[in-house]
Ligand binder design. Structure first.
Ligand code: DAH
Length: 429
């Protein structure tokens, strides 16, 4: 099941799988069937409306460089811990800090835009520690205590009170408490999810916050400034594109809106933003000010801008990928170095009560690594007599870099079949 969190209720029904419960169907935003329609900040994280708010303002672990992360800090013998070695291996990689990497190129272009528009005003944080408290990741952003994004099916927990940040918004409150008024945060974020060409459990986001001077109290003026700023950013990145705004919902902004651009003949959602909830600003920075905030997914922008068809490519060390991009150059278009054939393998099983698609995908990724391109449910039925439900998944294997052999795939598939029985408690059919 997709990370069901962020955003509101635009029409994603076309893509939602028939198996999703209706309440979730409603909250999925926009079709995600192709690169050009991958969601703003990543996976199908659609914020649902809150039932109630919990605010916990307590002191937080101070940030430290992500490069000092030890395995024992992250993978612990705690019942809540669900971080795998595959995920641990990504921590501290900091792809966004490589100037020649597409993610580094987008980061620099965004920072350059803010520098050009308002020299010296925005401070860039690019090495904040990705392990945060649940207070930082959720409570201080007014994310309801029963919100689905808090579940360990969607979020990587280190222990009950510590997670791998699932968005860069997790740093908003601490930076406000440190009295930063205008800042940008870029970093790697982590979400448990299912697998396809536009979804990967680690991706990168940029967060932006601007606080207005004491005299500037007009919410409409704040919103207009936000729109002008972000339309300017879209044009800086994409050229003279047409922009439009749609209403959205985020727990941490009010009003909340999303920016879409018309690019290559389609309207694409590029970021979420809004006027910061007054409570967040008052309790962390001090009363009497207004602010805006935005968040965007860097992979998504890079996939659109550079025509990158598969999100796994960002993690490739293959020169044929990396050599196609140059620091400071937004005009490169990715050319596939070769199209390797996919290899499909189906697996059918009776699910157990605890079965989730995210767990299945995590297990498959753990065995197959980046050669798994997609995992899709192709059949489902319930046997009323037995009271059991069967799922059939198609696993698409394809490397971005080489041809896979039958032998290799058969071996991976055999291991997948046996590990899902052992670890997920399913019964093969
Ligand atoms: N944190 C949101 C997400 O991960 C993105 C976002 C939306 C950030 C609106 C913001 C904002 O600061 O104002 O999907």
């Amino acid at each position: 099941m997709r990370h069901a969190a962020v955003r509101c209720q635009a029409a994603q029904l076309s893509h939602a799988r028939a198996t999703r419960p209706p309440s979730l169907l409603r909250s999925y935003a926009r079709a995600l069937s192709s690169v050009s329609s991958v969601s703003t900040t990543t996976p199908r994280f659609a914020w649902v409306l809150p039932q109630h708010h919990t605010v916990a303002c307590r002191s937080l672990a101070t940030s430290r460089p992500a490069s000092t992360i030890a395995r024992s800090d992250i993978i612990r013998d705690n019942p809540k811990n669900n971080v795998t070695d595959t995920i641990f291996s990504k921590l501290g990689t900091n792809l966004h800090q490589r100037p020649e990497h597409p993610l580094g190129i987008i980061k620099s272009a965004i920072f350059e835009y803010f520098e050009q528009s308002d020299p010296g005003k925005f401070k860039l944080f690019e090495d904040l520690y990705p392990v945060v408290t649940t207070a930082q990741n959720f409570d201080e952003l007014l994310i309801p205590s029963d919100h689905v994004s808090r579940s360990d099916n969607d979020t990587y927990y280190v222990d009950e009170n510590t997670v791998l940040r699932c968005h860069t918004s997790a740093h908003q409150a601490e930076l406000l408490r440190e009295k930063h008024e205008n800042f940008l945060v870029i970093g790697d974020v982590y979400r448990r999810d299912t697998i396809d060409a536009t979804h990967y459990p680690v991706f990168h986001q940029m967060e932006g916050v601007k606080i207005f001077d004491e005299g500037e109290q007009d919410v409409e003026a704040v919103r207009e400034d936000l729109k002008r700023t972000l339309e300017g950013l879209a044009k800086h990145l994409f050229g003279d594109v047409e922009c439009r705004w749609v209403d959205a919902y985020f727990p941490f902004t009010d009003p909340s809106i999303e920016l879409e651009i018309f690019f290559n003949g389609e309207w694409l959602e590029v970021l979420g933003c809004g006027v910061m909830q007054q409570k967040i600003l008052d309790s962390n920075f001090g009363e009497g000010r207004k602010a805006w905030a935005f968040g965007l997914g860097i992979e998504r922008l890079a996939m659109i801008l550079f025509d990158i068809p598969d999100i796994r490519l960002f993690w490739s060390e293959d020169e044929r990928f990396l050599k196609q991009f140059k620091a400071g150059d937004l005009s490169s278009k990715f050319k596939s170095f070769s199209k390797f054939p996919p290899c499909n393998k189906d697996v059918s099983f009776w699910i157990s009560d605890q079965f989730t698609e995210n767990n299945l995908c995590e297990t498959i990724r753990g065995i197959a690594g980046d050669i798994v391109e997609e995992v899709k449910l192709i059949d489902e039925f319930t046997n009323p007599k037995k009271g059991k439900t069967s799922h059939c998944y198609r696993i698409v294997y394809r490397s971005m870099e080489r041809s896979l052999t039958d032998e290799e795939i058969n071996d991976v598939q055999d291991r997948v079949r046996s590990v899902i029985v052992d670890d997920l408690g399913v019964e093969l059919r």
